[in-house]
Design a protein. Structure first.
Length: 365
């Protein structure tokens, strides 16, 4: 398994430059590294001094580079889908459609990118994958996709199973499914082999994002007020995605300038303006990027005290909406919602209070 590291921040603050420097730093430490950019344009290749391709290519000792091109990923995923279809259907029909015909729909590139990161992570070829994404809410929603899809599956399974439609239709579907599918059909639509495979994949994705030793982010900003405000906003939004932020890189810092205090308790590293013609000073200026596990975790549950603590820096009480439904707690903040499954000991208990303290929303039951 790899450490997947990404960088968040306002456009133009130097996220891609620092991502490349981070990849070079890890490679110099002897780690097997992949720099993967989702930028379809020529800029990353120009910075690296080499054209990027849709498949990982050797770049330097211990370092490979790849450009995640959505059209190519769509072709590959479509072929995998057809293999899956052939496994479960007696008469596959997707074989009549070719990946080269398909256009990339909005949002599809993020799903394809996440699936590719999953495959690269599972290949055991890399110790570190430095992911150069959009660095904003798009990246956060991409990484939160396993959590969100798990909720949709769980919630709509419950709603559908209890509906009159399911009770009426499911007995009719069983003999029909037996004639069409290569599997034994059960009464539970969500208990089929394909459904279990998807759920297992989502569970693995959720576990990876929740573990800062597996997936982590660093904020990138400049001394510019708008850049700092954006970084602070993305810090809070990352918590909603379940992503741990390990620290802040203050790029293009003025020598002897003051470090921003808005990001406490995260460590802030000042990085002076560097020329990309000489990467070594920039590499040397980077901190240890494997320390994200020391940062505050997005969610902490204390069953003994009947409290759930949610780290929500950058937000105040008026910006957060809390809803309790059944065994789950829904938190809305930063244009993002997160559903927290309560442990059995807290399920069935009503919320008795909520307060902000040192950047944490503490919910009592």
């Amino acid at each position: 398994m790899s450490l997947i590291l990404t960088f968040l921040g306002k456009g133009g603050v130097g996220r891609t430059t620092l991502a490349i420097a981070a990849a070079k730093q890890f490679a110099a430490q002897g780690k097997r590294v992949l720099f993967a950019t989702q930028d379809p344009g020529p800029a990353p290749g120009l910075m690296l001094g080499t054209p990027l391709e849709a498949k990982p290519q050797p770049y330097a000792t211990n370092l490979e580079v790849v450009q995640l091109q959505a059209a190519t990923l769509l072709d590959q995923s479509w072929e995998e889908l057809k293999k899956l279809e052939a496994q479960y259907l007696r008469t596959p029909f997707f074989k009549e459609v070719y990946g080269q015909e398909l256009s990339v729909l909005p949002g599809m590139d993020q799903a394809l990118g996440l699936n590719t990161l999953r495959e690269l992570d599972g290949s055991n070829r890399y110790d570190v994958i430095v992911f150069d994404g959009a660095g904003d809410q798009t990246t956060l929603r991409m990484l939160a996709m396993p959590e969100m899809l798990s909720w949709y599956t769980r919630r709509f399974r419950q709603v559908f199973t209890n509906s009159d439609l399911a009770k009426t239709v499911m007995p009719l579907l069983q003999p029909l499914a037996g004639a069409v599918l290569n599997i034994n059909w059960t009464d539970d639509l969500f208990d089929q082999p394909a459904s279990k495979q998807v759920n297992n994949m989502l569970d693995q994705g959720r576990a990876a994002v929740a573990d800062p030793n597996r997936v982590a982010a660093y904020l990138v900003t400049t001394p510019d007020e708008a850049a700092i405000a954006t970084a602070k906003y993305l810090w809070g939004a990352a918590q909603q995605a379940g992503l741990t932020v390990g620290g802040v890189l203050l790029n293009r810092a003025e020598p002897g300038g003051n470090l921003p205090t808005e990001f406490e308790p995260l460590p802030v590293t000042a990085i002076a303006t560097q020329s990309i013609n000489d990467w070594q000073p920039l590499i040397d200026a980077l901190p240890n990027l494997e320390q994200a596990h020391q940062a505050p975790r997005p969610v902490a549950i204390n069953v003994a005290e009947r409290k759930v603590s949610l780290f929500l820096p950058g937000f105040d009480r008026k910006q957060v909406k809390l809803t309790q439904y059944g065994p789950e707690l829904t938190i809305e903040a930063g244009d993002q919602r997160r559903n927290v499954i309560l442990p059995p000991e807290l399920q069935g208990r009503a919320v008795t209070g909520a307060k902000f303290q040192d950047g944490f929303l503490i919910v009592s039951f």
